[in-house]
Write a protein that binds this ligand. Structure first.
Ligand SMILES: NC(=O)c1ccc[n+]([C@@H]2O[C@H](COP(=O)([O-])OP(=O)(O)OC[C@H]3O[C@@H](n4cnc5c(N)ncnc54)[C@H](O)[C@@H]3O)[C@@H](O)[C@H]2O)c1
Length: 443
């Protein structure tokens, strides 16, 4: 098997997983970034975020990978140039493509021979064309290059497995030779299903997948509110949905809404594209709107329980990352909830297995940080579970003297019997008004 020279520009979650996993197959990789601190940390063998297995693979294959801030050299010495920079949202919901365009300009300025330029970042339909035009504009010689749209589908927390054993790889290009080169590079991946298509379809496919998953989450959240209002149990409804083979079990967990660096911005960017081309976007808008409501509805339960008086109430919070197995707090619903609780004068004591540093950078002295899940519970007025880390999915192991008076299970991750277990504890003298039964509040 031939080894390839591959540049990955943008050394974040996607870029690093791509670079490190390709290094594992013996390719010569350069991961580049404009962030010098990040490159220094990576050169010292440290991944600047938590992603299971990634650092170990980096150490095992460090001979095949280097890190650099020198984009010129990185572009010139490699045959494949992956673009994996961030594409955040603009204020109007459209995708901010400035980083993509900056990299395209650098590629144009420093291209020295034919290369395959691979857009891995999530970008709106037609971006490959703009990237092509920018590169062409800055080319000083008569050189050629290919543009491949190869969106990434890894999930943070499972990124290495998702990259090495993907259930699909999308390779979008109008040039069969470029597709062949990509198939050659990806040949060691355990994927039986590479989907070959044109660039535009590949670009839209990524947004379609994320919007579909976001849709399922907003759907189950809406069904949850209806079910609970009428006195039913969402877990039963969820079981019925999941056991229907046409529907399946995935992405049907009720909760405080989706977050992270992808779903919220990708749904909004697709709405923006639909509107720019005069296409309908009512369903996409509803997905987004329903999601934005979830933290507010959760807060409503909390305020109702405390009669709108949270002043100096000690609130213990378990979990702040936008989902388990990651240190990423970008757009985490927990952030909105913490901000709102602070505005009501509550005292917040948070524990999260991996996200505390990111939280500290954001909230600094405004909240308290705990290095274990028990200490925030001392004399707490409530416990809120805002991320369903495995260690939070039971309260049976809690010592009786620190049992919280009430638990708001924002992720519906405690087992169904928790309420019964709870009511056996002595200190639980509070009535259970019907409305709380209906709101997944355990007390
Ligand atoms: N994070 C995910 O789970 C995930 C999954 C699939 C797709 N994506 C998409 O992949 C892309 C990257 O996401 P991410 O989460 O890895 O982002 P990230 O913010 O973790 O990393 C992006 C990196 O690009 C660097 N960068 C920005 N401009 C640059 C430039 N001009 N030159 C060199 N480096 C530059 C930044 O410094 C940063 O380190 C986005 O489009 C995202 O939507 C993300």
């Amino acid at each position: 098997m031939e080894n390839h020279n591959v540049a990955v520009i943008g050394s974040g979650y996607v870029g690093l997983v791509t670079g490190i996993c390709l290094a594992k197959f013996g390719n010569n990789i350069t991961c580049a970034d404009i962030n010098k601190n990040k490159i220094d940390s990576l050169s010292g063998g440290r991944i600047p975020f938590y992603e299971p297995h990634l650092e170990k693979i980096l150490h095992q294959h460090s001979d095949n990978i280097q890190f650099s801030t020198d984009l010129e050299k990185t572009i010139q010495k490699n045959d494949y140039i992956f673009i994996a920079v961030d594409t955040p949202e603009n204020e109007n919901g459209s995708a901010n493509l400035q980083s993509i365009f900056d990299v395209a300009k650098k590629i144009g300025q420093h291209l020295n021979q034919h290369k395959v330029v691979v857009i891995k970042s999530t970008v709106p339909a037609g971006t490959h064309e703009t990237v092509k035009n920018i590169i062409s504009k800055y080319l000083s010689k008569d050189l050629t290059f290919d543009i491949v749209s190869n969106p990434e589908f890894l999930r943070e927390g499972h990124a290495v497995g998702d990259f090495l054993y993907p259930d699909k790889i999308i390779i979008g290009s109008n040039n069969p030779k470029a597709i062949e080169k990509m198939l050659d590079l990806y040949q060691p991946l355990d994927c039986k299903n590479p989907l070959l298509m044109d660039n535009v379809s590949a670009e839209i496919a990524k947004y379609a997948c994320n919007s579909m998953l976001a849709n399922r989450i907003s759907f189950i959240n809406e069904i949850t509110h209806i079910t609970e209002k009428l006195g039913g149990k969402i877990k039963n409804v969820q079981k019925a949905l999941a056991s229907d083979h046409r529907i399946g079990p995935h992405f049907l967990n009720p909760g405080i809404g989706y977050g992270g660096s992808c779903f919220p911005k990708d749904v909004k960017a697709l709405i923006h594209t639909a509107e720019a081309y005069n296409c309908g976007s009512s369903l996409l808008k509803a997905i987004d709107k329903t999601n934005q409501l979830q933290p507010q509805l959760f807060l409503k339960k909390v305020l109702s329980y405390f009669n709108s008086n949270l002043k100096n109430k000690k609130i213990a919070i378990w979990g702040a990352s936008y989902k388990p197995e990651t240190s990423d707090i970008r757009n985490a619903p927990a952030l909105k909830i913490i901000e709102a609780l602070l505005s009501y004068g509550a005292q917040i004591h948070v524990y999260d297995p991996k996200a505390l540093q990111a939280l500290r950078n954001l909230f600094q002295q405004q909240i308290h940080y705990a290095d274990n899940k028990l200490s925030p519970l001392n004399n707490a007025d409530a416990l809120m579970i805002l991320t369903e880390w495995k260690e939070f999915q039971t309260v049976q192991d809690l010592p009786e003297n620190i049992y919280p008076k009430v638990i708001f299970d924002g992720r519906y991750c405690l087992p169904t019997g928790t309420r019964n277990l709870y009511s056996n504890r002595k200190q639980l003298q509070i009535d259970t008004p019907k409305s709380y039964n209906a709101l997944n509040v355990h007390k």
